[in-house]
Design a protein around this ligand. Sequence first.
Ligand code: NAD
Ligand code: ZN
Length: 405
Amino acid sequence: MARFTLPRDLYHGKGSLEALKTLEGKRAMICVGGGSMKKFGFLDRAAAYLKEAGMEVAFVEGIEPDPSVETVMKGAEAMQQFQPDWIVAMGGGSPIDAAKAMWIKYEYPETTFEDMCKVFGLPKLRRKAKFCAIPSTSGTATEVTAFSIITDYTKGIKYPIADFEITPDVAIVDPDLAETMPKKLVAHTGMDAMTHSVEAYVSTANCDYTDPLAMHSICMIQRDLVNSYNGDMDARASMHNAQCLAGMAFTNALLGIVHSMAHKTGAAFADLGAHIIHGAANAMYLPKVIAYNAKNETAAKRYAEIADRMGLGGCTVEEKVANLIAALRKMSDELNIPHCIRAYGADSYPCEQGFVPEDVFLARLPEIAKNAIADACTGSNPRQPNQEEMEKLLKCCYYDTEVDF
Ligand SMILES: NC(=O)c1ccc[n+]([C@@H]2O[C@H](COP(=O)([O-])OP(=O)(O)OC[C@H]3O[C@@H](n4cnc5c(N)ncnc54)[C@H](O)[C@@H]3O)[C@@H](O)[C@H]2O)c1
Ligand SMILES: [Zn+2]
């Protein structure tokens, strides 16, 4: 038996933030990040709509990018004080993911972070509150997914919490919120969305319900991402929908080892002063993982189908896979994303020598590879890498060398 789960209601289109007026309850806790939602007036508007709906409103503000376990525990305490019956999370993937984890802790105060990380092991939520998610970036699609990514900074590891219990009740996909994104954020979140669609399409858990969502979003992202990056606001609005469709696909079809590797490298070099931003990591690793997975016949055929739908040409499966890899690399060039960790600058732009020195990378490689294999996203990848293969793959991602194994 397979399961396909999405939010009960999804409001989309310009001005759909107003749908907040339709929520019924007594107290809403709005969770936001570092300030962009406040600065651009969306926080005030959201609060006003909720008050119009007759609710008392309180805030958890300042949730940092790549949120920590500590942030989650602090926010859950604020919820415990205020006792909301709606949690309204607004912003990028970070505040929405943090709010999802706070929600678990609020419903079950005894829960530890380790308990939360047991894949598909959460108890029933919604005894205290429902959850509404409003994305301001066009990538993670956490507004429709069963996932939340929280970073344990003592270990330098990102942990995915995965359970349909944390699929939001209501998603509001209003493109107005995405208009203020700086270019770099458009690039990174857009390639995150592309990776979601491609990984969902070749995942071993793909099905007839997820394939059309994955494939259609791939074509939309191919058409719209670079234009959105270059300031076309119609393309920006379309990308907001495309990333959400990609999310509907991957929350049900799951992902693959591009995400395993991104989760386990993202914060692994944080002590050197920077993160490898999630979307940029995906953009760098996706072409390498396609080459690796394409040694599996079923996966190769599905990559070829993607190349066909993207109109990339090629006669054989091999040619089509090569064309897909080339097209994705070209997109990264157009979005100013480097091709490998060695060329990844602390500011995320391509450079001669990035912020991760070769000796540090090689010293940490065995541990990172081990953690990537153990990541929750590895199970649905079409090929199951062993330690040696994962290390080789990560090396290809560091040096930008060919994958021939
Ligand atoms: N839950 C999931 O299914 C899922 C999927 C993929 C990634 N993730 C996780 O989500 C996180 C990344 O989320 P993200 O890429 O959305 O970025 P983010 O939430 O980390 O935000 C990045 C920065 O952009 C700013 N920002 C957000 N929206 C803006 C806007 N409209 N205008 C101007 N500035 C804005 C924020 O203030 C922040 O400084 C990572 O932790 C990643 O691991 C989760
Ligand atoms: Zn992602």
